[in-house]
Design a protein around this ligand. Structure first.
Ligand SMILES: [Zn+2]
Length: 236
């Protein structure tokens, strides 16, 4: 399986999943159709399906324009009221794409109430729930919901690649270092991230194992601890 990042807006990544090189792609969170169209043209492939993690415009605005030219199945949250979703899904549901690629849906309320993540073995597409060294802002959910959502992701195998929807890693690492200044794994990770960003390279995907070692929100001990970190980060 091959996963490509299609940069959009200032710091979004739209992910394109291909079971093999040259295959039509599964597109995750097309906030803008233009960069997706350019990527498809460049790789001379089509779209096989679309996955939507939550209702925010920067994850959905390209959906209806793409459907005009690629009338494919769209999997997205049952509760989000998002126009264009043909296959609404909820927590624990499974489906297969491209014949034999199995996906499992996790409900991860917190950033929004409708937020879901898509897991296929060794890869998880987390939208704005989890960022490297951080997490999404808590717009709609409660600290208890958000904490439980992150703990659900933390139970995935350590080697699972984590595909976040934004390149926020460098700013998140600064906050994480303020929380845990003596965390050696975090300090090493901060050096790697700085070097990548100096060359304007992407810091993603991360892995569940890395995030469990360096991400203060995934390392929070309770929903109260999570709430305290989230409040601190909002002011940081
Ligand atoms: Zn969002």
């Amino acid at each position: 399986m091959h996963v490509s990042a299609i940069p959009a807006f200032d710091d979004n990544y739209i992910w394109a999943i291909q079971p093999y090189d040259g295959a039509d792609a599964i597109i995750v969170d097309p906030g803008d159709d233009q960069p997706v169209r350019e990527w498809l043209r460049h790789h001379d492939v089509g779209i096989s399906a679309i996955l939507i993690t939550h209702h925010h415009w920067d994850h959905t605005q390209g959906l209806l324009p793409l459907l005009q030219d690629y009338p494919v199945a769209v999997y997205g949250p049952r509760t989000g009221n998002i126009e264009g979703i043909s296959n609404p899904v909820g927590h624990g549901e499974r489906f297969s794409l491209m014949g034999d690629m199995p996906f499992t849906v996790f409900a991860t309320p917190g950033h929004t109430l409708d937020h879901i993540c898509f897991y296929t073995p060794d890869h998880v597409f987390v939208g704005d729930t989890l960022f490297s060294a951080g997490c999404g802002r808590m717009f709609e959910g409660s600290p208890e919901q958000f904490y439980d959502s992150l703990q659900c992701l933390a139970e995935l195998p350590d080697a699972t690649s984590v595909y976040c929807a934004h390149e926020y890693t460098e700013a998140n690492v600064k906050f994480a270092l303020a929380v845990e200044p003596t965390n050696d794994a975090l300090r090493q990770y901060a050096d790697q991230v700085r070097a990548l960003r100096e060359h304007r390279l992407k810091t993603l995907p991360s892995t569940i194992g890395i995030e469990k070692a360096i991400n203060p929100f995934l390392r929070a001990k309770s929903s109260e601890h999570f709430a305290e970190l989230r409040r601190w980060k909002d002011q940081f």
